[in-house]
Design a protein around this ligand. Structure first.
Ligand SMILES: Nc1nc2c(c(=O)[nH]1)N[C@H]1C(S)=C(S)[C@@H](COP(=O)(O)OP(=O)(O)OC[C@H]3O[C@@H](n4cnc5c(N)ncnc54)[C@H](O)[C@@H]3O)O[C@H]1N2
Ligand code: MOO
Length: 438
């Protein structure tokens, strides 16, 4: 065992990638149950979306060239040859003809633009057009949304509401997703009692980490088994850990990770199975006494008892392990925002510091205001919006400096400098195609 030989964060992240494997357990769910689940297959569009040219307005389907030069004082005169009904075949139009078309209606063969009703007037069987239309105006082209054969969503992508819309559009009503990883949480400490405890005895404190870690896990799409609290007694601790370990894909233990005489977490982890403890100590603050182990194929993690440390380490390290379990590869967005630091921050070189900050808007700029306090004070975390990292080689950051604030947005993928931020959409569009309505 590497007893408190601290490892650098980067080294630990690499080890996570190399050591813990995807569960490769999948299931099929309907679109109605797919929100928040992680895709276990690439999805290709089996057909064009839409499958036909459609109008985006209520108006008249025309050949654009028949309207060229039209204005209030010099309208174009077209023959009105009927109406298109929603969900029905649209037929065709000949030159100098027009058909009424509702929003979403199918464009008739021969028409390439729609004149809005506001810009035209029916006079008997004639249509006066007062504004010229450009080819393609007010029309969504066949396949403009998605093209047959196109890769639309990638394996490893978490399904958001808009993704479910894409699946519905291409007619995929059931999808293969990764099974939810089952994660067990066990909190240790003689002083820790359940949050429901009305009256605390001297020396007792209520269990904070079980609920904070559980919620963070749930927001990532994991299924949580709450193991409750266990006393600092090796036999009982091991028994409870073993019972929980049998039921889960990942076991998280909070507390007892340091080097106190009753800190049994390392011993319990070693006893759960080979290869045992891989890392005891990371060069970060808070969170130094974090433990990473593996028993058989399963990851077992020991988090520091201090509530701030436990949640900050979850965000930085454990999130990666959970994502690994369902092979989650892509990121819906970058949760870091740029802000200016409101005061100097000192740091000891050789370890990465994660300083809690509150975000404030001052004169149109976002400022990161450090929230100081010991890592045992959960209220400091509740009063923060994220953390600023002071990387290991740095001795601090200066007031007014622009920094990245890693916001506490629990549901998200991993974002680091090296990783691409393209999101789950396989299709990348040019900037000129990203704007516009309808
Ligand atoms: N001699 C040293 N002592 C300590 C070191 C060290 O390097 N040398 N590291 C300190 C750091 S840093 C941390 S963090 C803590 C971590 O200790 P443990 O993981 O062993 O945690 P405990 O001692 O069990 O608890 C620490 C603290 O947190 C409270 N706690 C524990 N579990 C919960 C919970 N579920 N909910 C709320 N609060 C909890 C506990 O009562 C203690 O006050 O070690 C330092 N010591
Ligand atoms: O994990 Mo400890 O909080 O570094 O103070």
């Amino acid at each position: 065992m590497k007893f408190f030989q601290v490892h650098e964060t980067r080294e630990v992240i690499r080890l996570i990638e190399e050591t813990y494997a995807s569960l490769e357990r999948t299931e099929e769910v309907s679109l109605y149950q797919a929100f928040g689940r992680v895709l276990a297959e690439d999805i290709h569009a089996a057909e064009d979306v839409p499958g036909f040219d459609r109008s985006t307005v209520d108006g008249y389907a025309v050949r654009a060239q028949d309207t060229f030069g039209a204005s209030d004082s010099m309208p174009s005169f077209l023959d009105l040859t009927g109406s298109i009904e929603m969900g029905k075949e649209a037929g065709s139009i000949a030159p100098a003809k027009a058909k009424y078309i509702p929003t979403g209606g199918m464009m008739p063969e021969g028409a390439d633009a729609v004149v809005m009703v506001e810009h035209a007037e029916e006079v008997g069987s004639l249509l006066n057009v007062y504004k010229q239309a450009a080819p393609g105006e007010n029309v969504i082209r066949k396949g403009e949304d998605l093209q047959e054969g196109q890769l639309v969503l990638r394996r490893g992508h978490r399904l958001e509401p808009q993704d479910l819309g894409v699946l519905a559009a291409v007619g995929v009503s059931r999808v293969k997703v990764f099974a939810k990883p089952i994660v067990g949480i066990l909190s240790t400490g003689d002083e820790i009692v359940p949050p429901e405890t009305k009256h605390l005895k001297p020396g007792e404190i209520r269990d904070i980490n079980t609920v904070t870690l559980g919620a963070a896990l749930q927001s990532m799409g994991a299924e949580v088994i709450y193991g409750g609290t266990v006393k600092d007694e090796f036999g009982e601790y091991l028994q409870r850990a073993q019972d929980l370990f049998e039921k889960v894909d990942l076991l998280i233990m909070s507390g007892g990770s340091s080097v106190g005489t009753r800190d049994y977490t390392v011993q319990v982890m070693e006893a759960l199975g080979e290869p045992g403890v891989l890392v005891h100590g990371i060069s970060i603050k808070p969170g130094k006494p974090t433990i990473l182990a593996k028993a058989g194929r399963k990851p077992v993690i020991g988090l520091p008892g201090h509530p701030v440390s436990a949640l900050v380490v979850f965000d930085l390290i454990v999130r990666r392990i959970v994502n690994r379990l369902f092979d989650r590869t892509s990121h819906p967005f970058d949760p870091r925002i740029r802000a200016r630091l409101s005061r100097n921050l000192a740091s000891a070189p050789g370890r990465s510091d994660y300083v809690r900050v509150r975000l404030e808007k001052r004169d149109g700029e976002v400022w990161a205001v450090p929230v100081f306090g010991k890592s045992g004070l959960i209220s400091t975390l509740a009063g923060s919006h994220g953390v600023v990292e002071i990387p290991a080689p740095n001795e601090g950051l200066l007031q007014g400096e622009w920094v990245n604030v890693n916001c506490f947005v629990w549901e998200r993928g991993i974002v680091s400098e090296e990783e691409d931020l393209s999101g789950g959409y396989a299709a990348q569009r040019g900037p000129e195609e990203t704007s516009g309505c309808c």
